[in-house]
Design a protein around this ligand. Structure first.
Ligand code: MN
Length: 197
């Protein structure tokens, strides 16, 4: 079977569901323009490779196509996790049960986990993500530059935070720190617990 082309997934909530933490305007643009561009880009890279395989006589620039596939497919995957990692804002929003216990064991306390994750998010140079990833029994906080650099290969992200300017600039201008600190109230900890497994 040939590689399946990607479709833009629906959001599990309305565009205004995360207000006032993330505005409807940002969510609309972010989903229908930015995420869609990664879907289109990943499909275009697959199309180019498929045409080349079919022996149409086209030349192919492997370096460029591999770079495009990595960037766009990673962008698609991270955004798909990001949308489901969020829900309507709640006060005193925090994990419980096995997830809370795991975070406490691995990072010292929930507050220490939050400080480390937020620290990583605020420190991303340029465009990127903070991610909580699972690696067999362990969890790690990593920084991802763009969508595909500096991450740890073979690990699975279970909580991701987009700190590209397109994710917050309309609401927070250049204050990424305020965006990161506000974001905790919309984290869908049930989704993170499910991904922890
Ligand atoms: Mn984004």
């Amino acid at each position: 079977m040939k590689q399946k082309r990607i479709e833009l997934p629906d959001l599990p909530y309305a565009y205004d569901a995360l207000e006032p933490v993330i505005s409807k305007k940002i969510m609309q643009l972010h989903h229908t323009r930015h995420h869609l561009a990664y879907v289109t880009g990943a499909n275009a890279a697959m199309d180019r490779l498929e045409k080349f395989r079919e022996g149409t006589g086209l030349e192919i620039d492997y370096k460029a196509v591999m770079r495009d596939l990595s960037f766009h497919l990673s962008g698609h995957k991270l955004h798909s996790i990001f949308w489901t990692n969020m829900k309507k804002a709640a006060k005193n929003n925090m994990p419980d049960g096995a997830l809370l216990k795991k975070l406490e064991e691995q990072f010292g306390s929930f507050e220490k986990f939050q400080a480390e994750f937020a620290g990583a998010a605020k420190a991303v140079e340029g465009s990127g993500w903070a991610a909580l990833v699972k690696d067999e029994e362990d969890l790690h906080i990593v920084e991802i530059q763009n969508h595909n650099l500096l991450g740890v290969v073979g690990t699975t992200p279970i909580l991701v935070l987009d700190v590209w300017e397109h994710a917050y600039y309309l609401d927070y201008s250049n204050d990424r720190g305020k965006y990161v600190d506000s974001w905790w109230s919309v984290v869908n900890w049930d989704d993170v617990a499910k991904r922890l497994g």
